[in-house]
Design a protein around this ligand. Structure first.
Ligand code: HEC
Ligand code: HEC
Length: 435
């Protein structure tokens, strides 16, 4: 009787809960698995991510690089890099963003439906000496930007955040800042689950919520490799390989499945142990919170419980990714901090022709995309100490320059930063250099 009474008091105080305990996500740049698969499987997946594709594999016709690792490599496979990509477009008479129209092959074909301009092409070549398909920016495409490559390490934890966590975060920061800072959560299609959407969290524009969707998008648009989720070549001029280029291996998995599993099983970026233990960095972290950086660059997030089904029913969060707290220093929401590039997510490019063309398959979310033209996802600051070029366009070369470019929603926070004493600014930068 007494025991029951004590127990009920504990229960009513919420001291006993049956939710599984939250643990820390593993970190490191040592190419080990976070526990999703064994290390040997992780190495196999990493090898696929590092594989160099050739003409016979279906490379191109238009492409940017031959391997995922070419752009995701610093300090190890899956990290970021200095490699940037070109995106362009223009506004129509109503001020609405339009994708570019890019003539290739002496004007014989017009590339539409994407904002990306590919930097490389497989012809002219010995087999196709007169096919001239290199893309160039037409003078009429007056909106132009570069976007640097992003880190993918630890992205399995980001994928495992529930939509509700991101929605709550947006609401909370808006309330706490009296409406000054209100991140936008954007619903985007899950390409492997036509008709289903989730809150976007990957890419500078939050264009994807699923790592499998992103893998398919990148394989086609970065490397020109068609796959089951992105089966249509951007152009067929000088194309000779059989379609789709990416087919399942003996284990039933295609390359895009290996890419997604590689990223899901990666450890989160690790902090610099020595620098983060220093008193100056600790003082800097306090100031980072005090001046308001942490409103968007959120230190700690927690993934949904293991067993939660996400990605439109296509992925069940495994124990290695569920109930994990991690430290991205980001909110994965879109903000206008005055750096917006004016570009709206291209639906054909990111989600494929089938989804983009069918109103019954989530096109209802597409009009909202236009409200994001001048917004950028908060750059997660984990691993920022390893970046040489900062901000989406890579145009800032020092941390101070990057901070000073924050206006718009962050203007009042930047002003607070400027009001810090020199030693305090130095401490805040020391903190950033420990991340
Ligand atoms: C030519 C360089 C390049 C290649 C090759 C490349 N990427 Fe990327 N990757 C980028 C850039 C640039 C971005 C940011 C794109 C954007 O948002 O506009 C990015 C973003 C990503 C993201 C989003 C990460 C995040 O946390 O937001 C994922 C996932 C990704 N790439 C996976 C891949 C995979 C898988 C491959 C190989 C199939 C690949 N990438 C090949 C340059 C590249
Ligand atoms: C309103 C939300 C918001 C606030 C507040 C904010 N940031 Fe940012 N931060 C962003 C966004 C969005 C970007 C990406 C902008 C871009 O690329 O154009 C960014 C990018 C950065 C980058 C570049 C990272 C990289 O990998 O390129 C750094 C560094 C940074 N912020 C530091 C800070 C610091 C320090 C503060 C406080 C003084 C701060 N931010 C306040 C939203 C915010």
């Amino acid at each position: 009787m007494k025991l029951l009474a004590v127990l009920s008091v504990f229960l009513s105080l919420g001291l006993l809960s049956f939710a599984p305990p939250v643990s820390e996500a593993p970190t490191g740049f040592d190419n080990k698995s976070n526990g999703l698969v064994d290390d040997a499987t992780h190495t196999t997946d990493q090898n696929t991510f590092e594989e160099v594709e050739h003409l016979t594999d279906g490379l191109g016709p238009l492409y940017n690089a031959q391997s995922c690792r070419e752009c995701h490599q610093n300090p190890t496979t899956g990290g970021s890099s200095q490699v940037s990509e070109l995106r362009v477009g223009h506004k129509d008479a109503h001020g609405v963003f339009q994708n570019p129209e890019v003539p290739i092959n002496h004007g014989a074909e017009i590339i539409k439906g994407r904002s990306l301009i590919n930097d490389r092409a497989i012809c002219p070549s010995g087999a196709f000496p007169s096919s001239e398909i290199q893309e160039h920016v037409p003078g009429t495409e007056t909106i132009r930007t570069f976007r640097v490559s992003l880190n993918v390490l630890g992205d399995g934890f980001v994928e495992a955040l529930s939509d509700q966590t991101l929605l709550d975060l947006a609401k909370d920061q808006c309330r706490k800042s009296q409406g000054k800072i209100c991140g936008q959560a954007l619903y985007v299609p899950i390409v492997e689950a036509p008709g289903k959407t989730a809150v976007g969290r990957f890419g500078w524009k939050d264009q994807h919520a699923s790592l499998l969707s992103f893998s398919a998008d990148a394989y086609l648009n970065e490397m020109g490799i068609t796959n089951r989720l992105q089966p249509d070549e951007v152009t067929n001029i000088c194309n000779t390989a059989t379609e789709p280029n990416d087919t399942p291996g003996a284990d039933g998995l295609s390359d895009i499945d290996h890419f997604a599993r590689f990223m899901r099983a990666s450890e989160a970026p690790a902090r610099d142990v020595t620098l983060s233990a220093a008193a100056e960095a600790k003082q800097g972290e306090t100031l980072f919170g005090k001046v308001g950086c942490a409103a968007c660059h959120v230190a700690t997030l927690t993934t949904a419980a293991a067993g939660t089904v996400i990605n439109g029913g296509n992925f069940t969060i495994p124990p290695a990714l569920g109930d994990k707290s991690f430290h991205p220093y980001g909110d994965f929401l879109l903000h206008d901090v005055g750096t917006g590039d004016g570009i709206v997510q291209a639906t054909v490019e990111h989600y494929g022709r089938k989804i983009a063309a069918h109103p019954d398959l989530m096109i209802s979310t597409f009009p909202k995309f236009h409200s994001t033209a001048n917004k950028i996802r908060t750059a997660p600051l984990w691993g920022v100490r390893l970046h040489s070029r900062l901000m989406h366009d890579g145009a800032s070369t020092t941390l101070t320059d990057a901070i000073r470019r924050h206006r718009g929603e962050a203007a009042h926070v930047t002003d607070e930063f400027e009001r810090l004493k020199p030693a305090e600014k130095k401490a805040l930068l020391a903190f950033l250099l420990s991340l």
